[in-house]
Write a protein that binds this ligand. Sequence first.
Ligand SMILES: N[C@@H](CCC(=O)N[C@@H](CS)C(=O)NCC(=O)O)C(=O)O
Length: 287
Amino acid sequence: MPYDYQPPKVWTWDAENGGEWAKVNRPIAGATHDAVLPRGRHPLQLYSLATPNGQKVTILLEELLAEGESGAEYDAHLIRIGEGDQFSSGFVDLNPNSKIPALLDTETGSRVFESGAILLYLAEKFGRFLPKDPAARTETLNWLFWLQGSAPYLGGGFGHFYAYAPEKFEYPIDRFTMEAKRQMDVLDRRLAESRFLGGDAYSIADIATWPWYGNLVLGNLYDAGTFLDVESYTNLRRWSDEITARPAVERGRMVNRTSGPPEKQLHERHDASDFELQTQDKLEAVG
Ligand SMILES: N[C@@H](CCC(=O)N[C@@H](CS)C(=O)NCC(=O)O)C(=O)O
């Protein structure tokens, strides 16, 4: 892929040319194989992986449970996107876009896909983490939708070209670094005037944003802390530290996590006790 690449008249798919995600990236939608999704015993069935988009939902579910909402009990099934689980017929029935996270509410029969839609669905179902006052609700949704529109520039743009692309190219890295830093500045300025994104109250806007920009400012994403000079976004850091310290956030980050310290990986969550009994360090100890 030298710099003098000229696009052909009609693009054709070279399956070998996709870098780290070559195995799963395809130019067509739909299922690649038949498989039925597993079902647990709780009202909510989540099919996910602990990427930033996946963490949004498990953090909210753990926050709802921490508030005493027992109806938010959930089974979190692992979808290994690197192995193509998102292309099974069962998953595609739940999310025709073949991306985690996807939720099935067995009480209503609703399928819910798109992490922002899942957060909104759960916030409305339980009447929590979304203010009822119209002005505060609007500001919260402003930031929720801002995140849903902005994070792809960070993940698919900056993260892809800085960390995952098979070669380093200055043009896209410059383009998306500029945007990632601009977005951090947007958040930093907002958080200079407000404790949380939507206002005084912690909400689904913060829960959506923390796994991306909270992790980024902590230096946890793409090994890019120094490159992006994350230390300079002091208000964003203050907000991120406050959210990181929440016990529900700590639990939510562990669910469906398949890398990092074994004691922080809970591949599947089917019961609250799993955080004590089913983490990878415990499972590996018993063989
Ligand atoms: N806009 C979607 C994005 C979801 C998404 O990009 N999920 C990624 C992991 S973070 C995925 O499942 N990728 C698998 C694939 O692209 O095949 C959302 O917010 O739910």
